[in-house]
Design a protein around this ligand. Structure first.
Ligand code: PLP
Length: 454
């Protein structure tokens, strides 16, 4: 059914993810009815610049005809077939090859498809356990992630996530997951502590954790190159270098969760390139299909995939797989995303747009509510504080995030308040005038918020 333009709010049977359900019942639901480039239109026709690319994912905007055509062509030819039982469709095969080629500097060997970022992290955990069993190290089972990490919402990926909201009353995290420090110096550096001393301190905490638990019980470390949903948190200078040295020394695998940072967001194809990370496993989703259809993947090093092949042979077969793994229509769209990115040099475009994006972001620090700006490529955040000189946060009950979100919507801008910050992640196809539009609107929304807060 087409969304009826003119109708803005309606209540219904939908349980909205990440929404206060009581408030939603009072305010109703805002209908998103149409997409047009970097803009979306509500049911009443109100137009918004989508400063979040949906949920950090619609990188090519909302009306790329080539993605529609790629899906239509594959739908007509073969709308579905599976990758179980030594069968595959041409798009699934081609996409796996293209992804291995695209990540050649990381030397991945095999690709396992799934449908979402959560599933990619979930299956990575299972594959890690299977790998260590296959190579005769069955005690290596624990997984380390960081506070303020976001890895998804399945039992496993929510356990890896380091946010209370995803654990409280869900009886998570599960036992095999441990959390260590978030590497944001701005947030967790102590007064007077240098950035390199901060890194030494948190790496020391990690070493102490490994010592306590026993390196022979720890399998892998999960990390987003830049922690996204936890607040667009930049790792301290030198953090990943020190981290990787510790992990290598203890035989602990590194999993890069590139669900947000993959496919050009940071100004390189992958955040691991921007941050100098050499992962054993990489998880990708979101912008992989520009969010037009759900698809994700886990990329495995040769050492891991060889062991999985051998272990599976001993079992009789590889005992894992979901119905829609490598779905041909989703894969066809993802291939077309790669074609478009290459033909239009979209990563180059991100590098070209980034200086304007980051300078407009930086200028927002002049606003009384903005304590800090941070960003890379076309990913950014503003720290919103009640008293920026004394670093005092607003109380959750002040509802300042909601005020800012609504003020931005009134201006025709979608942004995402997260804890003490507001995240900004526009489609990668954004133009200079649209970047100006975004920050002009955000500035006016902050002014309204300030007047409300006073
Ligand atoms: N990993 C990261 C870094 C994410 O940002 C997200 C979602 O925002 C996920 C995993 C989970 O992905 P999904 O919502 O597709 O399950």
């Amino acid at each position: 059914m087409n969304s009826p333009v003119g109708e803005k709010k309606r209540n219904g049977s939908l349980l909205h993810p990440y929404t206060n359900p009581v408030r939603q019942q009072q305010t109703g639901t805002t209908l998103t009815a149409k997409g047009d480039g970097v803009h979306v239109l509500d049911g009443d026709g109100k137009r918004h610049l989508d400063g979040m690319s949906g949920l950090w994912c619609a990188s090519l905007g909302y009306s790329e005809p080539r993605l529609v055509e790629a899906a239509r062509r594959q739908m007509e030819l073969l709308p579905y077939h599976q990758t179980f039982d030594a069968r595959a469709t041409a798009p699934a095969l081609e996409l796996a090859e293209r992804l291995v080629g695209l990540t050649s500097e990381f030397e991945f060997d095999k690709v396992l498809f799934a449908n979402s970022g959560s599933e990619a992290n979930d299956q990575a955990a299972k594959l890690i356990w299977f790998y260590f069993n296959a190579i005769g190290k069955p005690r290596k089972k624990k997984l380390i992630a960081r506070t303020r990490a976001y890895h998804g919402v399945t039992v496993m990926s929510a356990s890896l996530t380091g946010l209370a909201l995803n654990h409280n009353d869900f009886d998570l995290p599960i036992d095999r997951v441990l959390h260590t420090d978030c590497p944001s110096y701005y947030h967790y550096g102590k007064p007077g502590e240098s950035e390199s001393d901060f890194v030494s301190r948190i790496i020391g905490n990690l070493e102490a954790l490994i010592e306590r638990e026993g390196a022979d019980t720890i399998a892998a470390f999960f990390a987003e190159p830049i922690q996204g949903a936890g607040g667009v948190l930049m790792p301290a200078q030198g953090y990943f270098e020190r981290l990787q040295e510790v992990l290598t020394r203890h035989g602990i695998l590194l999993v890069a969760d590139e669900v947000i940072t993959g496919f050009g967001r940071t100004g390189q194809m992958f955040g691991s390139q921007t941050l100098g990370i050499k992962p054993d496993i990489m998880n990708i989703a979101k912008a992989m299909s520009s969010a037009y259809l759900p698809i994700s993947a886990t990329l495995l090093s040769k050492e891991i995939s060889d062991a999985i092949v051998e272990g599976s042979n001993r079992q009789g077969m590889f005992g894992h797989g979901v119905t829609y793994s490598g779905h041909p229509v989703c894969a066809a769209v993802a291939i077309e995303v790669l074609n478009i990115m290459q033909e239009r040099d979209l990563v180059g475009h991100v590098r070209e747009m980034s200086p304007l994006f980051l300078s407009r972001l930086k200028r927002m620090e002049e606003h009384p509510l903005v304590a800090q700006s941070r960003g890379v490529g076309l990913l950014g955040a503003l720290e919103i504080l009640k008293d920026k000189s004394r670093r005092v946060s607003f109380a959750l009950t002040d509802g300042i995030g909601l005020v800012l979100k609504q003020a931005a919507l009134d201006e025709g801008l979608i942004i995402r308040p997260l804890l003490d910050c507001v995240a900004i992640c526009p489609p990668l196809v954004v133009t200079p005038s649209q970047i100006d539009e975004l920050f002009d609107k955000l500035g006016r929304a902050l002014d309204v918020t300030l007047r409300t807060a006073q």
